[in-house]
Design a protein around this ligand. Sequence first.
Ligand code: ADP
Ligand code: ASP
Ligand code: MG
Length: 462
Amino acid sequence: MVVMKFGGTSVKDPDAIRRLARIVMREQDRSGTPVVVVSAMSGGTDQLLDAVTAAARGDGAGAGHRISAIRDRHRQAATTLLSGDACDDVIDTLEKLWREISALLQAMAVLREVSPRSRDAVVSAGELATSRLVPAALTATGLPARYVDARMVLVTSADHGEARPELTATAARLHEHVRPLVQQGVVPLLGGFIGATADGITTTLGRGGSDYSASLFGAGLHASEIQIWTDVDGMLTADPRVVSGTRALPTLSFAEASELAYFGAKVLHPSTIAPAVTDGIPVRILNSQRPDEPGTTITANPPLPAAPLTGLACKRDITVVDVRSTMMLAAYGFMRRVFEVFERHETSVDVITTSEVSVSITIEDRRALAAIVADLAAFAEVTFEQDMALLSAVGERLRLEPGLASRVLGALDEFPLRMVSQAGARRNLTVVLPQSHLAAAMARVHERFCLLPAAVPTEVVA
Ligand code: ADP
Ligand code: ASP
Ligand code: MG
């Protein structure tokens, strides 16, 4: 059985949903009944978050306008794709959903109070809506499909906004609610990104989390393959919004894919790979607008790519925090105190480098920056620098070919590198530099290391 996940652009309008139906039907012919996971329509989650922001400042009308816009989009798609009772049923169900969400937002606006829990209740509506609409559209084209409430299946912790899955409970729910449908030849259709605590409170997995839902369902159902259908031809050699002339990678290792996703390749949520690794389930990234393209297949041990580097990833808006202590750095306990501060403020760190007197740490989430700096200042000198970017070069060959990492750094010799890091697994070389230099640095490394065949033939290093 295959789990197929369709992202926001793959469900954004009636044409996209018709393409989705053809792709699912083709999979049904190829491998039997699949399980389908859908995201919110593209831009839908942003719109819902904007509605929450409006409600938080007491702007009930503003929140209402945003819900009207998203409601109209779904209504229009339903009337284009469906007719008769099927159309009425979907429209009634969605009207009820939007009424509930509007009432919730109005209450939030009156109180001017938004909790992580109420935010999750609102943003879950994007996936709830598409997971109602798409199965009706599939059924209308002759492929029986049924809505399954993802909140009845994906059991999570109560960490709203970044809930953690509870794997055993989720596997049990999958067997109860999803597997029987597959056995009857009915396509189970679930929203990604959303789940609920064991006592039924709606949660979300974090932005881009539908990929993660799909891989959790794939692992829980022991799927033969997890397909991530999106708007590009696969994992590209670099972010196409930053570098031109990228190409799709035919294969990728789980480890490389995790590194690329973690360091910013948005096409895959960073947690997607972990559940697939446990069961060795291949993950494929495919383009729903060009379903005949081969896409990228991610497995444990694919052949080495021809180019020296497999791919590049980047993140903008990074902050570097420098912590200096001439007296204390060598003393044991110092690092623990530093990291305790980040932990206390629930801020995860990406890259860490140290010298004899200082430690530099990058963070993406700046919300607690002032408090972090104040706490660190209690026992060290602290400065920080914003508008930095992180460029990560990824490839199995970095581990296998001595000298490759230094050649990559050599290619960046004109750039003001602020930090350089290579971790133990040595599949990844990460540099931090001012954001204004990112595009040029990416283009340079991409051109020299991601497109040309490697100097050392595959057989020698393999
Ligand atoms: P979906 O809505 O299908 O989940 P996303 O917008 O989350 O799609 O992810 C797809 C986007 O990721 C692409 O359109 C592309 O702009 C961006 N992206 C960034 N880095 C990469 C990369 N290395 N390969 C492919 N896409 C990338
Ligand atoms: N709709 C959610 C988001 O926009 C989840 C996803 O698309 O994967 O973040
Ligand atoms: Mg995504």
